[in-house]
Design a protein around this ligand. Structure first.
Ligand SMILES: CC(C)(COP(=O)(O)OP(=O)(O)OC[C@H]1O[C@@H](n2cnc3c(N)ncnc32)[C@H](O)[C@@H]1OP(=O)(O)O)[C@@H](O)C(=O)NCCC(=O)NCCS
Length: 435
């Protein structure tokens, strides 16, 4: 999508509804739900709440970052496991932590092209249900056993196995190019950019206190559904369970670094936690919104994706993507009423904010004469971010979009900039507008 002026009449993509499950710490209330279960719950409820007849929907774009070996196409499952007509076509998208920014820009592009009029975009993640793999020797032995002709052959194959071959292999959380985890990379960024532990803890504390205030004032009630908790369904998850109203900078300062235990600054308190949850949006063309009498929450104005070398600052992608998205919107940072920056780690947010404001970064890394500018702290992550709310990878983008558009509406603002950093040193930026 390019600048607003080039969008054909009526084809602007409007977000008319959005919803998420509560976001909960992995291994807690949603441990018996898979990503596809969580996705289907939110899509079903969203369709009902949107007030749009299921027959009006024509497409679903959905994502999941940790792949499920039993459900290979979560997009289509969002049709087959919900009330949507089976004729609704669907596809699955993955762009790591920016997955449901990607599902949304894909849906918006299809609307702009006139290929879609009413789409679901979103993502779901269950870290609790992450696949655990067999070791290579065990996997090979099991395949050979299934083909073996006699019991003696089977015994012979299995007798080759050593105890260590039986150890389960967890999914890799490391960046393949560098062998570093996200946390290791954020630690490097903190060092390179001179981000102090205090500044990180302060950002984390603000994230928690703002998210807690948003819950207490009822701001999240209209965007978070309740989920009956299996296996007994005798209680309901109604709120995010990671937000800590009572956390303080002093309590955060007590936590030990987890990635670089000796000299590091990143702790469980100033990192986003491993989280289960799902979020989804309804996007329609502006003309369809009018025809159905729907009031848009807002519109997709522009977007950009960018990338850098993963051996450089892995989570710095937003600083590369944001200026391009703003240019495509024909707008400046100062025009933004809200800025929502995904909080993978406080160190990553603070590093990106530094790059936004740095003339040296603008000149050397972006080849631009002017930096994007300083983000007004009063407009940044005003209702908390992923550190407090949690980060179910594929659901975060859709969570940010609905949360930001509803806040833009409350403030009667006009524009918002959203950014997300992602594995592979990718960055995503999205400009939303209210009218
Ligand atoms: C950082 C990480 C390793 C911590 O995991 P964990 O050890 O399971 O974290 P916990 O929630 O158990 O917290 C550890 C301790 O810190 C405490 N704590 C966490 N947040 C706190 C807060 N805001 N205030 C006070 N204490 C806090 C917990 O109470 C716990 O204390 P305890 O040991 O006394 O029970 C994990 O969350 C992680 O890997 N995060 C990064 C995920 C990632 O890479 N995402 C990709 C980014 S895009």
């Amino acid at each position: 999508m390019s600048t607003n002026g080039s969008i054909p009449a009526g084809r602007r993509a409007a977000v008319v509804a959005g919803l998420r499950t509560p976001f909960v710490k992995a291994g807690t209330e949603f441990r018996d739900l898979s990503a596809v279960d969580l996705g289907a719950l939110v899509v079903n409820e969203l369709v009902v709440r949107s007030g749009i007849a299921p027959k009006e929907f024509d497409s679903v774009v959905f994502g999941q970052v940790i792949p499920s070996p039993t459900v290979t196409l979560i997009g289509r499952e969002m049709v087959l496991r919900t009330q949507l007509p089976r004729s609704v076509q669907a596809h699955t998208v993955a762009r790591a932590c920016a997955t449901s920014i990607q599902t949304t820009t894909d849906a918006a592009d299809q609307i702009l092209l006139g290929h879609s009029d009413c789409a679901i975009s979103g993502g779901a993640e269950s870290v609790s249900d992450a696949p655990i793999f067999a070791s290579r020797p065990l996997a090979q032995a099991l395949v050979e056993v299934s083909r073996a002709k006699s019991l003696a052959d089977r015994v012979k194959i299995l007798s080759r196995l050593r105890p260590k071959d039986l150890t389960p292999v967890p999914p890799a959380l490391k960046e393949p190019t560098t062998g570093l985890t996200m946390g290791d990379s954020a630690e490097i960024m903190a060092q390179k950019n001179g981000i102090s532990r205090e500044a990180q803890d302060d950002l984390a504390w603000k994230s928690h206190s703002r998210a807690a205030a948003a819950w207490d004032s009822g701001k999240f009630d209209g965007e978070v559904m309740h989920v009956a908790v299996p296996p007994d369904y005798d209680r309901v998850a109604a709120r995010d369970n990671i937000v800590r109203k009572d956390t303080t900078p002093e309590a955060l300062a007590q936590l030990r670094p987890v990635f670089d235990r000796r000299y590091g600054t990143i702790t469980a308190g100033n990192a986003s936690p491993l989280t289960d949850g799902a979020a989804a949006l309804v996007l329609v063309s502006e003309e369809k919104a009018k025809a159905l009498g729907l009031r848009p929450l807002g519109f997709v104005r522009s977007y950009a994706y960018a990338a850098l070398d993963p051996r450089d600052q892995l989570l710095q992608g937003p600083a590369y993507a944001a200026p391009v998205a703003l240019d495509r919107a024909g707008l400046k940072l100062a025009d933004m009423d809200l800025v929502d920056m995904h909080e993978a780690f406080a160190a990553q947010v603070l590093s990106n904010l530094k790059a936004f404001a740095s003339r040296e970064f603008a000149e050397k890394q972006l080849g631009r004469a002017e930096p994007i500018g300083e983000v007004d702290p009063a407009r940044l992550n005003v209702n908390g971010g992923s550190i407090a709310i949690g980060h179910p990878f594929a659901a975060t983008g859709a969570r940010m979009i609905v949360q930001t558009l509803r806040e833009l509406d409350r403030r009667k603002g006009q524009y918002a900039l959203l950014t997300v950093c992602a594995a592979g040193a990718l960055g995503a930026a999205l400009v939303l507008e209210r009218e």
